[in-house]
Write a protein that binds this ligand. Structure first.
Ligand code: PDD
Length: 288
């Protein structure tokens, strides 16, 4: 079955989707995006994703390409036209097409592209006892507004590539003060030996993940002790568990950092509880 994309008002075969050579997303990464998980054909946490898109747009003084409700119709159409049950919907808004000048163009409509991707393995959580990801630490060389979900992702790509070349799956980025910010495209978490769940507090230094927020809610509902603060790579090495979170990885264990095993080098107990909590949440029909 061929994939269908939405490009500025038209649904078309994915392979035919194209943007103009002077699109500001292409020339300046002057664009923002969201990735929403689809499970059993439903968009998970759609409203928080749209709220974050709204925030990204407003921080960059960029206009909505469509009314928010019309956007929701397009997202549903893309799910429907792709017969998407398990996977992700990706949507990207750019400041539009204009001659290449650094200042914002006047009277230029923003553009919108929406694509879908099937990821059948999302149907089931990863099995307890599975080996997790290995990561390396690398300096965080990204810009200072990581709270805005822009497509300026080159520093993340460079880090991911270095990780792959080092034979591991991801990199945890470390700021100038020596604290972990986040993974290349995910939020970072540890569980201390005392059973405290720790993830970095919200600021311009990290993206406030929608999955991160959902996990915090699940953890609080379960009565777990949660602390939002920065932590160091040394603390990760001493931790009982570590994991990443993002749309489509949900809760994925990290069992090795810089060559050192974390905990018993398997998915930890709390990670399992949180992953189950995520699936319970996602499998509950979501209100509009
Ligand atoms: N990445 N931090 C960064 C830098 C990210 O790029 C992402 C998401 C997250 C997690 O956010 P959320 O829980 O809302 O997915 C944290 C997406 C999935 C991507 O770029 O593909």
């Amino acid at each position: 079955m061929s994939r269908i994309a939405y490009v500025n008002g038209s649904y078309m075969p994915h392979r035919e989707g194209a943007v103009h050579i002077e699109d500001r997303g292409y020339q300046f990464a002057d664009s923002v995006y969201e990735v929403v998980t689809v499970l059993h054909g439903s968009l998970i946490d759609e409203e928080p994703h749209l709220d974050r898109l709204e925030r990204s747009l407003s921080e960059l003084d960029m206009a909505w390409p469509l009314h928010r409700n019309a956007m929701k119709v397009v997202l549903r159409q893309v799910v429907r036209r792709n017969h998407l049950k398990y996977g992700i919907v990706y949507f990207q808004v750019t400041r539009g097409v204009a001659p290449r000048n650094f200042e914002f163009p006047a009277n230029t409509p923003s553009s919108l592209v929406v694509t879908a991707k099937h990821i059948p393995k999302l149907a089931k959580p990863i099995a307890p006892g599975s080996k997790g990801l290995s990561v390396i630490t690398l300096p965080d060389i990204r810009w200072k507004r990581r709270d805005i979900k822009t497509t300026g992702l080159l520093a993340g790509c460079l880090a991911k590539q270095k990780a792959v070349e080092a034979g591991v799956q991801d990199a945890w980025l470390v700021d100038e003060a020596g604290y972990v910010t986040e993974g290349t495209s995910n939020n970072a978490w540890i569980v201390t030996r005392d059973g405290e769940l720790i993830t970095r507090d919200i600021s311009n230094d990290i993206l406030n993940g929608i999955t991160r927020r959902r996990i915090l809610k699940i953890a609080q509902a379960q009565g777990l002790k949660v602390v939002e603060r920065a932590f160091t790579p040394d603390e990760v090495k001493q931790a009982r568990e570590a994991f990443i979170s993002s749309a489509s990885s949900f809760v994925k264990p990290v069992t090795e950092i810089d060559g050192k095993a974390i905990g018993n080098a398997q998915m930890g107990e709390l990670s399992e509880v949180l992953l189950k909590g995520m699936y319970d949440f996602m499998e509950t029909p979501q209100s509009e």
